[in-house]
Design a protein around this ligand. Structure first.
Ligand code: SF4
Length: 63
């Protein structure tokens, strides 16, 4: 599984990191840090939860 974060859409709600703390990282003001790549299998559930929780739909998942 791969995820892509569209940082242009990110509005700093921090819901991704709240729901996927081992996948998503935030900067000092709560915006998601860019991430574009493969998610290890044991973190896939967190990746999905975080993406589903993003109010801006800024996170895309590719299976
Ligand atoms: S939940 Fe969405 S809008 Fe909020 S920090 Fe994460 S990517 Fe950005």
């Amino acid at each position: 599984m791969k995820i892509h974060i569209d940082t242009a859409k990110c509005a700093g709600h921090a819901q991704c990191a709240a729901n996927g703390p081992d996948v998503y990282e935030l900067d000092d003001v709560g915006y998601a840090l860019p991430f574009d790549g493969e998610v290890p299998p044991h973190l896939e559930q967190q990746a999905r939860l975080g993406a589903d929780a993003c109010p801006e739909r800024a996170i895309t998942i590719e299976d």
